[in-house]
Design a protein around this ligand. Structure first.
Ligand code: IMP
Ligand code: MG
Length: 190
């Protein structure tokens, strides 16, 4: 049978974090999160869309303790592989978070602008606690300071895709974290 769709795997230069490494680290993070919230009845995970959807889904299923979920849509203006720093909420929570233990679930922290904005916005709603959990972190790219409570992996300054992360809205479904071939970016003015 002929393959009529574009094969995403052909665009991969190399895999930075393998599927098994991601899953192993998530198991460790789940243990850290369960220890942190031990004795707390309430826990609300807030998934930052779109990039956080796969991480949230694996993390939520690995957690043994009860928790609630909600979603927020954030758009960081800017094209290509960089954010501009201007952040907008495009889909808000379905519930108040006053007095709740809130844990933000993010795919990656790069400049820090998105999370700093989100953190300020959610703190104004007076949760009982607000912590941040990200699968990936690029410390060398930070422009603004954000306190991060749970970090999966620190990675170098490379644009990555897979496991929820996209380039041009593609590659989110890859089960690992990968770097694309340079020619994939070539048609864009970055
Ligand atoms: P920040 O506001 O610069 O911290 O950027 C956060 C957002 O930029 C993330 O939620 C991602 O959507 C996007 N982003 C940053 N770095 C990457 C990357 O390497 N691959 C894919 N998306 C990224
Ligand atoms: Mg994104």
């Amino acid at each position: 049978m002929s393959q009529e769709f574009h094969d995403l795997y052909q665009d991969i230069d190399h895999i930075l974090i393998a599927e098994e490494q991601v899953q192993q680290r998530i198991a460790d993070m789940v243990a850290e999160i369960e220890a942190t919230y031990a004795g707390e009845e309430d826990l609300l995970l807030i998934c930052v869309l779109k990039g956080g959807y796969i991480f949230l889904s694996d993390l939520s299923r690995a957690l043994k303790r009860p928790h609630h979920l909600d979603f927020m849509g954030i758009s960081s203006y800017g094209s290509g592989t960089k954010t501009s720093g201007a952040v907008q909420i495009i889909m808000d929570l379905k519930q108040p978070i006053t007095g709740r233990n809130v844990l933000i679930i993010e795919d990656i922290i790069d400049s820090g602008h998105t999370l700093r904005y989100l953190r300020q916005n959610l703190l104004a709603r007076q949760p009982a606690s607000l912590k941040i959990c990200t699968l990936l972190n690029k410390p060398s790219r930070r422009e603004v300071d954000v306190p991060v409570d749970f970090i999966g992996f620190d990675i170098p300054d490379e644009f990555v895709v897979g496991y929820g992360l996209d380039f041009d809205e593609l590659y989110r479904n890859l089960p690992f974290i990968a770097v694309l071939k340079p020619e994939v970016f070539a048609h864009l003015n970055l």
